[in-house]
Design a protein around this ligand. Structure first.
Ligand code: F6P
Length: 419
């Protein structure tokens, strides 16, 4: 009896999460003798609880292939945390009922650390309720903060976007600096980990190149040292280019940009630290400035994706299917680095328990001694991840040809369930 795959996207999307979906669906279609259909949760796990399952067999080959170059989350994603099995028992039972009703033998959850935790719990509860389902976590997060894997699909493309953006914007401010703007500030995502901010440092090829200052979440914000660094850059180079991570905290550990709102995972909603930093520069140094928050632009910039990242995102999707066919459960495919130069990598695997709810911060050895830049070791780690381009095809209207799924839902078999 052939079993179906249920795939769901979870948490913040990435420019390449659909390349992973493409890897899952195309690989499953190669194994029609052993795997039934691939269904996708509409808006992630929320859709699974509501029994809103998208039938990807209704999408033709070219639409599925186009997922590889389409940003966003093609089936919809969500921030929805299932608590412990004791607290959310009814929801876990409902998940199993839905899986059972639609002959699901394999559950693939494409997300970060929280999602690995959920996939882990689903595999446990499945066993308890006597329903065998193979649960596989599929890594993704632009924050690059999952443990075990060398890097996370999604990160390389965001890294490339921020490095290219600060390189370009710095040329602009350099042109204007003699009579006008002297400081440019780019805010980037990354929550508690400074990987994305660090990647912007790749734009500086030689000593004195921008960005001149990087503010990491791992380094408490020290205003006096920061201002001295900005002033020195303006005096030396005529301008100062700054990258600030949304997760920067003050000496008391408080986010400089906490909006006060929490998401379903209890994470603080961040964003808006660039104007805070700009305000400090204006008040204390009086320089004219511009600032930008890269926000969702960085998370969706598929036009400037890293080819390495696209290939890895596809590979983890394909590997999830292979692991399922090998009979594995409670595992996640990971990226292993074999060498830096030339950069070589392969897919390995780990258990979900080792990934769930853990964040990988930047090691100290990647942050410059003064706390405002990256080291050669960081550069060695980061540089391969932005290698190569993978432009989407463009139409005659001058815009990328992105695909939208038809999202045909399976007929429901179960009573309604409120989420
Ligand atoms: O997915 C991680 C992330 O991109 C963080 O870097 C950022 O803080 C957060 O998501 C924002 O997500 P949301 O879309 O839920 O506001």
């Amino acid at each position: 009896m052939k079993k179906n795959i249920l795939y769901a996207q979870s948490g913040g999307v990435t420019p390449v999460i659909n390349a992973t979906a493409c890897g899952v669906i195309e690989t499953a279609r190669k194994h029609r003798d052993r795997i039934g259909k691939v269904f996708a949760g509409k808006d992630g796990i929320i859709g699974i609880l509501r029994e809103e399952l998208i039938d990807t067999s209704k999408e033709n080959k070219s639409a599925i292939a186009a997922l590889r170059h389409t940003p966003g989350g093609a089936f919809g994603s969500c921030r929805y945390k299932l608590k412990s099995i004791e607290e959310s028992r009814r929801e876990y039972e409902r998940l199993i009922e839905v899986l059972r009703a639609h002959d699901i033998g394999y559950f693939f959850y494409n997300g970060g650390g929280d999602s690995a935790d959920t996939a882990h719990k689903v595999s446990q509860i499945g066993k308890k309720l006597g329903f065998e389902v193979q649960c596989i976590g599929v890594p993704k997060t632009i924050d690059n903060d999952l443990p075990v894997t060398d890097n996370c699909p999604g990160f390389g493309s965001v890294a490339k976007y921020v490095a290219v953006s600060i390189l370009e914007a710095s040329l602009d401010v350099e042109s204007m600096a003699s009579s006008s703007t002297k400081v440019f500030i780019l805010e980037v995502m990354g929550r508690h980990a400074g990987w994305i901010a660090a990647a912007a440092g790749l734009a500086a090829r030689e000593e004195g190149d921008p960005p001149h200052v990087i503010l990491f979440p791992e380094v408490p914000f020290r205003q006096r040292e920061f201002l001295a660094k900005v002033k020195r850059a303006v005096e030396r180079h005529g301008y100062c280019s700054i990258v600030v991570s949304e997760g920067v905290r003050d000496l008391d550990g408080k986010f400089l940009s906490d909006t006060g709102t929490r998401d379903a995972f209890g994470h603080a909603q961040l964003g808006g630290v660039a104007p805070v930093v700009a305000g400090i520069v204006r008040e204390k140094l009086g320089y004219k400035y511009h600032w930008a928050v890269s926000d969702y632009l960085q998370r969706s910039a598929r036009h400037v994706a890293s080819r390495t990242d696209v290939e890895q995102a596809y590979a983890v999707g394909a590997a999830a299917v292979e692991l399922a066919l090998e009979g594995k459960s409670g595992v996640m495919p990971v990226i292993k680095r074999l060498s830096n130069d030339p950069y070589r990598w392969k897919i390995g695997e780990t258990t979900l328990g080792r990934v769930a709810n853990r964040e990988k911060m930047m090691p100290k050895s990647y942050i410059a001694a003064d706390g405002f830049g990256i080291t050669a070791a960081a550069r060695r780690y980061l540089a391969p991840l932005i290698q190569g381009e993978d432009y989407p095809p463009y139409g005659r209207d001058g815009l990328p040809k992105y695909v939208r799924m038809k999202k045909v839902l399976l007929p429901k078999k179960l009573p309604k369930f409120e989420v």
